[in-house]
Design a protein around this ligand. Structure first.
Ligand SMILES: Cc1cc2nc3c(=O)[nH]c(=O)nc-3n(C[C@H](O)[C@H](O)[C@H](O)COP(=O)(O)OP(=O)(O)OC[C@H]3O[C@@H](n4cnc5c(N)ncnc54)[C@H](O)[C@@H]3O)c2cc1C
Length: 432
Protein backbone atom coordinates (compact mmCIF):
# COMPACT_ATOMS: atom_id res chain seq x y z
CA UNK A 1 0.00 0.00 0.00
CA UNK A 2 1.31 3.48 -0.81
CA UNK A 3 0.10 6.65 0.85
CA UNK A 4 2.34 9.53 0.03
CA UNK A 5 1.90 13.29 -0.02
CA UNK A 6 5.38 13.93 -1.50
CA UNK A 7 5.64 15.22 -5.06
CA UNK A 8 7.88 13.20 -7.34
CA UNK A 9 11.11 15.29 -7.78
CA UNK A 10 11.01 15.09 -11.59
CA UNK A 11 7.48 16.44 -11.65
CA UNK A 12 8.34 19.06 -9.02
CA UNK A 13 10.91 20.39 -11.50
CA UNK A 14 8.11 20.75 -14.06
CA UNK A 15 5.93 22.52 -11.49
CA UNK A 16 8.79 24.91 -10.68
CA UNK A 17 9.20 25.64 -14.39
CA UNK A 18 5.43 26.24 -14.74
CA UNK A 19 5.43 28.51 -11.70
CA UNK A 20 8.22 30.72 -13.03
CA UNK A 21 6.80 30.71 -16.57
CA UNK A 22 3.33 31.74 -15.35
CA UNK A 23 4.69 34.42 -13.00
CA UNK A 24 7.13 35.99 -15.43
CA UNK A 25 5.63 35.42 -18.88
CA UNK A 26 1.88 35.01 -18.50
CA UNK A 27 0.48 36.86 -15.47
CA UNK A 28 1.53 40.30 -16.80
CA UNK A 29 -0.40 39.53 -20.02
CA UNK A 30 -3.59 39.05 -17.99
CA UNK A 31 -3.59 42.82 -17.46
CA UNK A 32 -3.08 43.62 -21.14
CA UNK A 33 -4.69 41.08 -23.47
CA UNK A 34 -8.40 40.66 -24.31
CA UNK A 35 -10.72 37.67 -24.54
CA UNK A 36 -8.86 34.34 -24.33
CA UNK A 37 -11.29 32.80 -26.83
CA UNK A 38 -10.40 35.25 -29.60
CA UNK A 39 -7.80 33.26 -31.53
CA UNK A 40 -7.78 35.73 -34.47
CA UNK A 41 -6.74 38.76 -32.43
CA UNK A 42 -3.33 39.97 -33.76
CA UNK A 43 -1.99 40.56 -30.24
CA UNK A 44 -2.86 36.98 -29.32
CA UNK A 45 -1.16 35.60 -32.37
CA UNK A 46 1.97 37.68 -31.82
CA UNK A 47 2.35 37.25 -28.06
CA UNK A 48 0.56 34.05 -27.12
CA UNK A 49 1.56 31.68 -29.94
CA UNK A 50 5.28 31.63 -29.04
CA UNK A 51 4.35 30.93 -25.42
CA UNK A 52 2.11 28.05 -26.51
CA UNK A 53 5.02 26.68 -28.55
CA UNK A 54 7.26 26.75 -25.47
CA UNK A 55 4.66 24.83 -23.46
CA UNK A 56 4.33 22.26 -26.25
CA UNK A 57 8.10 21.87 -26.52
CA UNK A 58 8.19 21.22 -22.75
CA UNK A 59 5.55 18.45 -23.12
CA UNK A 60 3.02 20.28 -20.96
CA UNK A 61 0.35 21.01 -23.59
CA UNK A 62 -3.24 19.69 -23.15
CA UNK A 63 -2.34 17.71 -20.04
CA UNK A 64 -6.01 16.94 -19.31
CA UNK A 65 -5.91 14.37 -22.15
CA UNK A 66 -4.40 10.91 -21.82
CA UNK A 67 -2.01 9.60 -24.48
CA UNK A 68 -4.85 7.66 -26.16
CA UNK A 69 -6.63 11.02 -26.62
CA UNK A 70 -3.60 12.96 -27.83
CA UNK A 71 -2.21 14.42 -24.57
CA UNK A 72 0.82 13.50 -22.43
CA UNK A 73 -1.34 11.56 -19.94
CA UNK A 74 -0.04 12.80 -16.62
CA UNK A 75 -3.29 11.83 -14.91
CA UNK A 76 -5.57 13.96 -12.77
CA UNK A 77 -3.38 14.27 -9.66
CA UNK A 78 -0.50 15.81 -11.58
CA UNK A 79 -2.96 17.88 -13.58
CA UNK A 80 -4.37 19.08 -10.26
CA UNK A 81 -0.94 20.21 -9.09
CA UNK A 82 -0.43 22.02 -12.40
CA UNK A 83 -3.85 23.67 -12.27
CA UNK A 84 -3.08 24.93 -8.75
CA UNK A 85 -0.61 27.20 -10.53
CA UNK A 86 -2.41 27.83 -13.85
CA UNK A 87 -5.65 28.81 -12.11
CA UNK A 88 -4.21 32.04 -10.78
CA UNK A 89 -3.93 33.46 -14.31
CA UNK A 90 -6.66 34.24 -16.85
CA UNK A 91 -4.45 33.32 -19.81
CA UNK A 92 -2.42 30.41 -18.42
CA UNK A 93 -5.02 27.65 -19.08
CA UNK A 94 -5.28 28.79 -22.72
CA UNK A 95 -1.49 28.91 -23.13
CA UNK A 96 -1.29 25.39 -21.66
CA UNK A 97 -4.12 24.10 -23.91
CA UNK A 98 -6.47 23.26 -21.06
CA UNK A 99 -9.01 26.11 -21.07
CA UNK A 100 -12.73 25.37 -20.52
CA UNK A 101 -14.91 24.83 -22.47
CA UNK A 102 -12.32 23.84 -25.12
CA UNK A 103 -10.72 21.26 -22.80
CA UNK A 104 -14.01 19.37 -22.29
CA UNK A 105 -14.91 19.69 -25.96
CA UNK A 106 -11.53 18.24 -26.95
CA UNK A 107 -12.16 15.37 -24.56
CA UNK A 108 -15.51 14.40 -26.10
CA UNK A 109 -14.28 14.90 -29.67
CA UNK A 110 -11.33 12.64 -28.86
CA UNK A 111 -13.53 10.01 -27.18
CA UNK A 112 -16.57 10.01 -29.45
CA UNK A 113 -15.50 11.67 -32.73
CA UNK A 114 -15.13 9.85 -36.04
CA UNK A 115 -11.68 10.01 -37.71
CA UNK A 116 -13.07 12.72 -40.04
CA UNK A 117 -14.50 14.77 -37.14
CA UNK A 118 -11.20 14.52 -35.29
CA UNK A 119 -9.26 15.66 -38.34
CA UNK A 120 -11.54 18.59 -38.99
CA UNK A 121 -12.09 19.82 -35.43
CA UNK A 122 -9.93 18.10 -32.83
CA UNK A 123 -6.62 18.73 -34.56
CA UNK A 124 -7.00 22.53 -34.87
CA UNK A 125 -8.49 22.62 -31.36
CA UNK A 126 -5.52 20.75 -29.91
CA UNK A 127 -3.18 22.98 -31.89
CA UNK A 128 -4.77 25.98 -30.17
CA UNK A 129 -5.92 27.42 -33.50
CA UNK A 130 -9.66 27.54 -32.82
CA UNK A 131 -12.08 28.06 -29.93
CA UNK A 132 -15.25 26.01 -29.50
CA UNK A 133 -18.54 26.22 -27.60
CA UNK A 134 -20.67 23.68 -25.82
CA UNK A 135 -24.39 24.48 -26.17
CA UNK A 136 -26.59 22.70 -23.65
CA UNK A 137 -28.42 25.18 -21.40
CA UNK A 138 -31.69 26.68 -22.66
CA UNK A 139 -33.47 29.88 -21.60
CA UNK A 140 -36.34 28.00 -19.92
CA UNK A 141 -34.10 25.70 -17.88
CA UNK A 142 -30.49 24.72 -17.42
CA UNK A 143 -30.24 22.49 -14.38
CA UNK A 144 -32.94 20.09 -15.58
CA UNK A 145 -32.16 18.50 -18.97
CA UNK A 146 -35.68 17.09 -19.21
CA UNK A 147 -36.82 20.67 -19.96
CA UNK A 148 -34.65 21.04 -23.07
CA UNK A 149 -36.63 21.79 -26.24
CA UNK A 150 -34.06 22.35 -28.98
CA UNK A 151 -34.83 19.67 -31.54
CA UNK A 152 -33.02 18.12 -34.47
CA UNK A 153 -34.98 16.20 -37.07
CA UNK A 154 -33.60 14.09 -39.90
CA UNK A 155 -34.31 15.22 -43.44
CA UNK A 156 -32.53 13.08 -46.01
CA UNK A 157 -28.81 13.25 -45.36
CA UNK A 158 -29.11 16.18 -42.93
CA UNK A 159 -30.19 17.20 -39.45
CA UNK A 160 -32.35 20.32 -39.12
CA UNK A 161 -31.95 22.07 -35.76
CA UNK A 162 -34.52 24.42 -34.19
CA UNK A 163 -34.40 25.99 -30.76
CA UNK A 164 -32.50 28.32 -28.44
CA UNK A 165 -29.48 27.95 -26.19
CA UNK A 166 -28.53 30.27 -23.36
CA UNK A 167 -25.28 31.39 -21.69
CA UNK A 168 -23.02 29.70 -24.23
CA UNK A 169 -19.43 30.53 -23.31
CA UNK A 170 -17.15 31.68 -26.15
CA UNK A 171 -19.96 31.61 -28.75
CA UNK A 172 -18.78 34.93 -30.21
CA UNK A 173 -15.39 33.43 -31.16
CA UNK A 174 -16.21 29.75 -31.55
CA UNK A 175 -15.43 27.98 -34.82
CA UNK A 176 -17.58 25.02 -33.73
CA UNK A 177 -20.65 24.51 -31.54
CA UNK A 178 -21.30 21.13 -29.95
CA UNK A 179 -25.09 21.27 -29.55
CA UNK A 180 -27.28 19.05 -27.39
CA UNK A 181 -30.57 18.42 -29.21
CA UNK A 182 -33.74 16.39 -28.69
CA UNK A 183 -33.81 13.83 -31.53
CA UNK A 184 -36.47 11.49 -30.15
CA UNK A 185 -39.35 13.04 -28.23
CA UNK A 186 -40.89 9.66 -27.50
CA UNK A 187 -37.82 8.32 -25.69
CA UNK A 188 -36.89 8.92 -22.08
CA UNK A 189 -35.17 12.38 -22.10
CA UNK A 190 -31.90 10.79 -20.96
CA UNK A 191 -31.91 8.56 -24.08
CA UNK A 192 -33.66 10.86 -26.55
CA UNK A 193 -31.00 13.56 -27.01
CA UNK A 194 -28.08 13.65 -29.44
CA UNK A 195 -24.97 15.82 -29.87
CA UNK A 196 -24.50 17.60 -33.17
CA UNK A 197 -21.48 19.48 -34.48
CA UNK A 198 -22.48 22.85 -35.92
CA UNK A 199 -19.73 24.92 -37.57
CA UNK A 200 -19.90 28.69 -36.97
CA UNK A 201 -21.40 30.45 -39.95
CA UNK A 202 -23.89 27.66 -40.72
CA UNK A 203 -27.09 29.21 -42.08
CA UNK A 204 -29.72 29.33 -39.35
CA UNK A 205 -27.22 29.69 -36.48
CA UNK A 206 -27.62 33.15 -34.96
CA UNK A 207 -26.04 34.81 -31.95
CA UNK A 208 -28.97 36.80 -30.58
CA UNK A 209 -26.74 38.71 -28.15
CA UNK A 210 -23.67 38.39 -25.97
CA UNK A 211 -24.21 38.30 -22.23
CA UNK A 212 -21.54 39.24 -19.70
CA UNK A 213 -21.38 38.36 -16.03
CA UNK A 214 -20.51 41.20 -13.67
CA UNK A 215 -17.05 39.67 -13.22
CA UNK A 216 -15.91 41.94 -16.07
CA UNK A 217 -15.76 41.82 -19.87
CA UNK A 218 -12.22 40.47 -19.76
CA UNK A 219 -13.58 37.10 -18.73
CA UNK A 220 -15.32 36.72 -22.10
CA UNK A 221 -18.96 36.40 -22.89
CA UNK A 222 -21.73 33.85 -22.79
CA UNK A 223 -24.22 34.16 -25.62
CA UNK A 224 -27.89 33.70 -26.28
CA UNK A 225 -27.93 31.55 -29.43
CA UNK A 226 -30.80 30.66 -31.77
CA UNK A 227 -31.08 27.84 -34.33
CA UNK A 228 -33.69 28.19 -37.08
CA UNK A 229 -33.85 25.39 -39.65
CA UNK A 230 -30.13 25.10 -39.11
CA UNK A 231 -28.97 22.34 -41.46
CA UNK A 232 -25.92 20.16 -40.84
CA UNK A 233 -24.90 16.91 -42.56
CA UNK A 234 -25.98 13.64 -40.92
CA UNK A 235 -22.27 12.90 -40.47
CA UNK A 236 -22.11 15.75 -37.90
CA UNK A 237 -23.65 13.53 -35.23
CA UNK A 238 -21.13 13.15 -32.40
CA UNK A 239 -21.24 9.66 -30.88
CA UNK A 240 -24.36 7.54 -31.11
CA UNK A 241 -27.86 8.91 -31.65
CA UNK A 242 -29.48 9.28 -28.21
CA UNK A 243 -26.13 9.36 -26.39
CA UNK A 244 -25.96 13.12 -25.68
CA UNK A 245 -26.64 12.85 -21.97
CA UNK A 246 -23.89 10.28 -21.42
CA UNK A 247 -21.47 12.33 -23.55
CA UNK A 248 -22.31 15.49 -21.58
CA UNK A 249 -21.62 13.71 -18.30
CA UNK A 250 -18.18 12.59 -19.54
CA UNK A 251 -17.38 16.17 -20.39
CA UNK A 252 -18.82 17.75 -17.28
CA UNK A 253 -17.12 15.29 -14.91
CA UNK A 254 -13.69 16.44 -16.06
CA UNK A 255 -14.75 20.08 -16.30
CA UNK A 256 -15.96 20.19 -12.70
CA UNK A 257 -12.79 18.78 -11.14
CA UNK A 258 -10.61 21.01 -13.33
CA UNK A 259 -12.52 24.12 -12.16
CA UNK A 260 -11.92 22.97 -8.59
CA UNK A 261 -8.19 22.55 -9.18
CA UNK A 262 -7.98 26.09 -10.58
CA UNK A 263 -10.08 27.36 -7.67
CA UNK A 264 -7.31 26.26 -5.30
CA UNK A 265 -5.02 28.72 -7.08
CA UNK A 266 -7.51 31.52 -6.53
CA UNK A 267 -7.97 30.56 -2.90
CA UNK A 268 -4.24 30.82 -2.37
CA UNK A 269 -4.18 34.21 -4.08
CA UNK A 270 -6.93 35.51 -1.82
CA UNK A 271 -5.19 34.02 1.22
CA UNK A 272 -1.86 35.63 0.29
CA UNK A 273 -3.56 38.99 -0.20
CA UNK A 274 -5.22 38.65 3.19
CA UNK A 275 -1.99 37.76 5.01
CA UNK A 276 0.03 40.48 3.29
CA UNK A 277 -2.61 43.02 4.20
CA UNK A 278 -2.82 42.17 7.90
CA UNK A 279 0.94 42.21 8.42
CA UNK A 280 1.09 45.57 6.60
CA UNK A 281 -1.67 47.52 8.37
CA UNK A 282 -2.13 48.57 11.96
CA UNK A 283 -5.00 49.63 14.15
CA UNK A 284 -4.92 51.17 17.63
CA UNK A 285 -1.15 51.01 17.83
CA UNK A 286 -0.75 47.37 16.86
CA UNK A 287 -0.54 45.26 13.74
CA UNK A 288 -3.85 43.98 12.32
CA UNK A 289 -2.25 40.57 12.44
CA UNK A 290 -2.04 40.70 16.25
CA UNK A 291 -5.83 40.92 16.66
CA UNK A 292 -7.47 37.62 17.53
CA UNK A 293 -10.47 38.02 15.23
CA UNK A 294 -8.04 38.62 12.37
CA UNK A 295 -6.07 35.54 13.40
CA UNK A 296 -9.26 33.52 13.44
CA UNK A 297 -9.95 34.57 9.83
CA UNK A 298 -6.43 33.56 8.80
CA UNK A 299 -6.61 30.21 10.60
CA UNK A 300 -10.14 29.37 9.35
CA UNK A 301 -9.15 30.25 5.80
CA UNK A 302 -6.01 28.12 5.82
CA UNK A 303 -7.85 25.15 7.33
CA UNK A 304 -10.71 25.40 4.81
CA UNK A 305 -8.32 25.70 1.84
CA UNK A 306 -6.30 22.67 2.95
CA UNK A 307 -9.48 20.62 3.56
CA UNK A 308 -10.79 21.51 0.12
CA UNK A 309 -7.43 20.79 -1.52
CA UNK A 310 -7.30 17.33 0.05
CA UNK A 311 -10.82 16.57 -1.21
CA UNK A 312 -9.87 17.72 -4.71
CA UNK A 313 -6.62 15.72 -4.83
CA UNK A 314 -8.25 12.62 -3.38
CA UNK A 315 -10.98 12.85 -6.03
CA UNK A 316 -8.33 13.33 -8.73
CA UNK A 317 -6.59 10.22 -7.40
CA UNK A 318 -9.87 8.28 -7.55
CA UNK A 319 -10.39 9.34 -11.19
CA UNK A 320 -6.87 8.12 -12.03
CA UNK A 321 -7.59 4.86 -10.21
CA UNK A 322 -10.98 4.07 -11.77
CA UNK A 323 -10.50 5.73 -15.18
CA UNK A 324 -14.26 6.20 -15.22
CA UNK A 325 -15.98 9.43 -14.12
CA UNK A 326 -19.19 7.55 -13.34
CA UNK A 327 -17.49 5.65 -10.52
CA UNK A 328 -16.37 8.95 -8.95
CA UNK A 329 -19.59 10.86 -9.51
CA UNK A 330 -20.35 11.40 -5.82
CA UNK A 331 -16.83 12.63 -5.11
CA UNK A 332 -16.82 15.03 -8.07
CA UNK A 333 -20.22 16.37 -6.97
CA UNK A 334 -18.88 16.82 -3.44
CA UNK A 335 -15.96 18.86 -4.79
CA UNK A 336 -18.32 20.87 -7.00
CA UNK A 337 -20.63 21.64 -4.05
CA UNK A 338 -17.77 22.57 -1.71
CA UNK A 339 -16.00 24.84 -4.24
CA UNK A 340 -18.23 27.95 -4.31
CA UNK A 341 -18.57 28.04 -0.52
CA UNK A 342 -14.87 27.86 0.28
CA UNK A 343 -14.07 30.43 -2.43
CA UNK A 344 -16.83 32.74 -1.23
CA UNK A 345 -15.85 32.49 2.43
CA UNK A 346 -12.10 33.00 1.97
CA UNK A 347 -12.50 35.84 -0.55
CA UNK A 348 -15.10 37.53 1.66
CA UNK A 349 -12.65 37.54 4.60
CA UNK A 350 -9.86 38.87 2.40
CA UNK A 351 -12.18 41.58 1.13
CA UNK A 352 -13.29 42.57 4.60
CA UNK A 353 -9.71 42.83 5.87
CA UNK A 354 -8.84 45.12 2.94
CA UNK A 355 -11.53 47.57 4.07
CA UNK A 356 -12.84 49.92 1.37
CA UNK A 357 -9.93 49.06 -0.93
CA UNK A 358 -11.11 45.45 -0.98
CA UNK A 359 -14.50 46.48 -2.27
CA UNK A 360 -13.05 48.71 -4.98
CA UNK A 361 -12.23 47.91 -8.58
CA UNK A 362 -8.58 48.49 -7.69
CA UNK A 363 -8.37 45.02 -6.15
CA UNK A 364 -9.44 41.74 -7.83
CA UNK A 365 -11.49 40.63 -4.82
CA UNK A 366 -15.02 41.64 -5.88
CA UNK A 367 -14.46 39.85 -9.21
CA UNK A 368 -13.29 36.78 -7.29
CA UNK A 369 -16.32 36.95 -5.02
CA UNK A 370 -18.68 36.96 -8.01
CA UNK A 371 -16.67 34.16 -9.53
CA UNK A 372 -17.61 32.01 -6.52
CA UNK A 373 -21.25 32.37 -7.63
CA UNK A 374 -20.27 31.45 -11.20
CA UNK A 375 -18.75 28.31 -9.73
CA UNK A 376 -22.02 27.62 -7.89
CA UNK A 377 -23.96 27.60 -11.19
CA UNK A 378 -21.72 26.62 -14.11
CA UNK A 379 -21.86 22.85 -14.69
CA UNK A 380 -24.96 22.58 -12.49
CA UNK A 381 -26.19 24.33 -9.32
CA UNK A 382 -24.89 23.35 -5.90
CA UNK A 383 -28.23 21.87 -4.82
CA UNK A 384 -28.19 19.32 -7.64
CA UNK A 385 -24.69 18.18 -6.69
CA UNK A 386 -25.55 17.90 -3.00
CA UNK A 387 -28.50 15.70 -3.95
CA UNK A 388 -26.13 13.48 -5.97
CA UNK A 389 -23.82 13.14 -2.96
CA UNK A 390 -26.63 12.41 -0.52
CA UNK A 391 -28.40 9.90 -2.80
CA UNK A 392 -25.20 7.98 -3.38
CA UNK A 393 -24.36 7.89 0.33
CA UNK A 394 -27.87 6.88 1.36
CA UNK A 395 -27.80 3.91 -1.00
CA UNK A 396 -25.43 2.28 1.51
CA UNK A 397 -27.98 2.39 4.36
CA UNK A 398 -30.94 0.14 5.24
CA UNK A 399 -33.96 1.05 7.41
CA UNK A 400 -33.72 -0.42 10.89
CA UNK A 401 -36.15 -3.10 11.91
CA UNK A 402 -38.51 -2.50 14.81
CA UNK A 403 -39.05 0.64 16.81
CA UNK A 404 -35.56 1.75 17.76
CA UNK A 405 -32.48 2.81 15.73
CA UNK A 406 -29.50 0.44 15.72
CA UNK A 407 -27.52 2.81 17.95
CA UNK A 408 -30.31 2.94 20.60
CA UNK A 409 -28.37 2.29 23.81
CA UNK A 410 -30.93 0.28 25.87
CA UNK A 411 -31.55 -2.04 22.88
CA UNK A 412 -27.80 -2.38 22.19
CA UNK A 413 -27.18 -3.19 25.86
CA UNK A 414 -29.93 -5.83 25.71
CA UNK A 415 -28.34 -7.42 22.63
CA UNK A 416 -24.89 -7.36 24.27
CA UNK A 417 -26.28 -8.93 27.41
CA UNK A 418 -27.97 -11.73 25.43
CA UNK A 419 -24.77 -12.37 23.50
CA UNK A 420 -22.41 -12.50 26.47
CA UNK A 421 -24.85 -13.72 29.19
CA UNK A 422 -23.35 -17.23 29.29
CA UNK A 423 -19.77 -16.06 29.47
CA UNK A 424 -20.43 -13.38 32.07
CA UNK A 425 -22.65 -15.81 34.07
CA UNK A 426 -19.89 -18.47 34.18
CA UNK A 427 -17.29 -15.88 35.22
CA UNK A 428 -19.52 -14.72 38.09
CA UNK A 429 -20.09 -18.36 39.28
CA UNK A 430 -16.33 -19.10 39.11
CA UNK A 431 -15.47 -16.06 41.22
CA UNK A 432 -18.02 -16.87 43.95
C1 LIG B 1 -19.99 31.29 -16.00
C2 LIG B 1 -20.97 30.34 -16.62
C3 LIG B 1 -20.69 29.76 -17.83
C4 LIG B 1 -21.60 28.87 -18.43
N1 LIG B 1 -21.30 28.33 -19.65
C5 LIG B 1 -22.18 27.50 -20.26
C6 LIG B 1 -21.89 26.93 -21.53
O1 LIG B 1 -20.84 27.17 -22.13
N2 LIG B 1 -22.81 26.10 -22.10
C7 LIG B 1 -23.99 25.80 -21.49
O2 LIG B 1 -24.77 25.03 -22.04
N3 LIG B 1 -24.31 26.35 -20.29
C8 LIG B 1 -23.44 27.19 -19.66
N4 LIG B 1 -23.75 27.75 -18.43
C9 LIG B 1 -25.06 27.55 -17.87
C10 LIG B 1 -25.08 26.63 -16.66
O3 LIG B 1 -24.87 25.30 -17.03
C11 LIG B 1 -26.44 26.86 -16.00
O4 LIG B 1 -26.41 28.17 -15.45
C12 LIG B 1 -26.76 25.87 -14.89
O5 LIG B 1 -26.95 24.58 -15.39
C13 LIG B 1 -28.06 26.31 -14.17
O6 LIG B 1 -29.08 26.51 -15.09
P1 LIG B 1 -29.90 27.89 -15.08
O7 LIG B 1 -28.94 29.02 -15.13
O8 LIG B 1 -30.94 27.82 -16.14
O9 LIG B 1 -30.58 27.94 -13.67
P2 LIG B 1 -31.88 27.13 -13.22
O10 LIG B 1 -31.87 25.76 -13.78
O11 LIG B 1 -33.07 27.98 -13.48
O12 LIG B 1 -31.61 27.05 -11.68
C14 LIG B 1 -31.70 28.25 -10.87
C15 LIG B 1 -31.70 27.87 -9.41
O13 LIG B 1 -32.81 27.03 -9.12
C16 LIG B 1 -32.47 26.09 -8.10
N5 LIG B 1 -32.57 24.73 -8.63
C17 LIG B 1 -32.59 24.33 -9.91
N6 LIG B 1 -32.69 22.99 -9.98
C18 LIG B 1 -32.74 22.53 -8.73
C19 LIG B 1 -32.84 21.24 -8.14
N7 LIG B 1 -32.92 20.12 -8.89
N8 LIG B 1 -32.85 21.15 -6.78
C20 LIG B 1 -32.78 22.26 -6.01
N9 LIG B 1 -32.69 23.50 -6.51
C21 LIG B 1 -32.66 23.64 -7.84
C22 LIG B 1 -31.02 26.40 -7.72
O14 LIG B 1 -30.99 27.29 -6.65
C23 LIG B 1 -30.49 27.06 -8.97
O15 LIG B 1 -29.34 27.85 -8.74
C24 LIG B 1 -22.84 28.61 -17.80
C25 LIG B 1 -23.12 29.20 -16.56
C26 LIG B 1 -22.22 30.06 -15.97
C27 LIG B 1 -22.56 30.70 -14.66
Amino acid sequence: MSWDFEIDPDFQRELDWIDTFVTERIEPLDLLLGDTADKSDPATVAVVRPLMDQVKARGLWACHLGPELGGPGYGQVKLGLMNEILGRSRWAPTIFGSQAPDSGNAEILARFGTPEQKKEWLEPLLDGEISTSFAMTEPQGGADPTLFRTTARREGGHWLIDGEKWFITNARHAALFIVMTVTNREADPYQGMSMLLVPAGTTGLEIVRDVHTCEGDQLGSHSYVRFTDCRVPAANLLGAEGAAFAIAQTRLGGGRIHHAMRTIAQLRQAFDMMCERVVSRSARGGSLSSLQMTQERIADSWIEIEQFRLLVLRTAWLIDKHQDYRKVRKDISAVKAAMPKVLHDVVMRAMHLHGSLGLSEEMPLTRMLLHSESMALADGPTEVHKVTVARDLLRGYQPYEGLWPSAHLPSARERARARFADLIGRAVVAES
